[in-house]
Design a protein around this ligand. Structure first.
Ligand SMILES: N[C@@H](CCC(=O)N[C@@H](CS)C(=O)NCC(=O)O)C(=O)O
Length: 263
């Protein structure tokens, strides 16, 4: 699997692989150096996004598609609930993760993490890396975003909207009876959403769960699973953020592959 360590979409696939006890070969890409935008990776995944799974010669992308695929080809421990209605519910939450929750987390992450790259590497280095970008308009947008001050209004709105979705999830767990999103069966919906909460925690924003005791308990349960611990990014591969200040010295382009060194 081609992946970044600190990516919620890759995290969920690593979790599914661990649940299924499948051995896999990691192909780590260095996001900050735009390695995922190189022609070699683009030939595999035309969107230049991670994750991409290659299995039996088949190339599969889109994280939720990958985890459903893994569930089908390694059916021993099923990650789908028993009834069609519950499976519809599972897919609804997976779709909500992609349509609503992930974009909100991206807004929070850009404002609280990606902007730190400018300080750590310097604009000159980021500009050199960005010349590799096949879409120069997108590269310029990235450079503008990482060099802009925090957009506090957008950040606050994203946090509030995420809080609202967590309140919906709270209701969902009440209705399904818990402890998992679809009820008693741990499912792909849980796998899909857990990595976003990991990022929220790393961004020091877990207060979004203040009014959600059931979601808090759900997150605690999932964090104690072996698959979650196996899939979680090691600290050295976490991006700089509120819990990992950038080093005082400028970081050279030769930093260990794909990592974000701390002091
Ligand atoms: N819908 C896709 C989203 C994938 C995605 O946006 N991946 C991010 C990392 S979490 C990425 O590759 N970002 C690099 C970029 O946009 O240049 C999925 O679920 O796989």
């Amino acid at each position: 699997m081609y992946h970044f360590w600190d990516s919620p979409c890759c995290f969920k696939v690593r979790m599914a692989l661990s649940e299924k006890q499948v051995d896999w070969t990691p192909k780590l890409l260095a996001s900050v150096q735009f390695e995922h935008l190189g022609s070699e990776y683009q030939a595999i995944n035309p969107h230049s996004i991670v994750p991409t799974l290659i299995h039996g010669g088949k190339v599969i992308f889109q994280s939720n598609v990958i985890i459903e695929y893994l569930d089908e080809v390694f059916p021993k421990t099923s990650l789908k609930p028993e009834t069609a209605a519950q499976r519809a519910l599972m897919r609804q939450w997976m779709q909500d993760e992609q349509t609503f929750l992930f974009p909100l987390v991206i807004t929070m992450s850009f404002n609280l993490m990606m902007t730190l790259r400018e300080k750590a590497y310097g604009m000159e280095q980021l500009q050199i890396w960005s010349t590799k970008h096949p879409d120069q308009a997108r590269a310029q947008d990235y450079l503008n975003r990482v060099s802009s001050p925090i957009d506090q209004v957008a950040l606050d709105q994203a946090i509030e909207k995420f809080r609202w979705h967590m309140e919906r999830l709270e209701e969902q767990i009440v209705v399904s009876g818990g402890p998992w999103i679809c009820g008693k069966d741990y499912s792909l919906a849980d796998v899909s959403i857990a990595p976003l909460l990991d990022r929220i925690e790393y961004l020091d924003l877990l207060s979004v769960l203040e009014e959600c005791p059931r979601v808090t308990a759900w997150f605690k349960n999932i964090k104690s699973k072996k698959s979650f611990l196996d899939a979680q990014p090691p600290f050295e591969y976490r991006m700089w953020g509120p819990k990992k200040p950038i080093p005082n010295r400028q970081v050279g382009p030769d930093a260990p592959h794909g990592s974000f060194p701390s002091e």
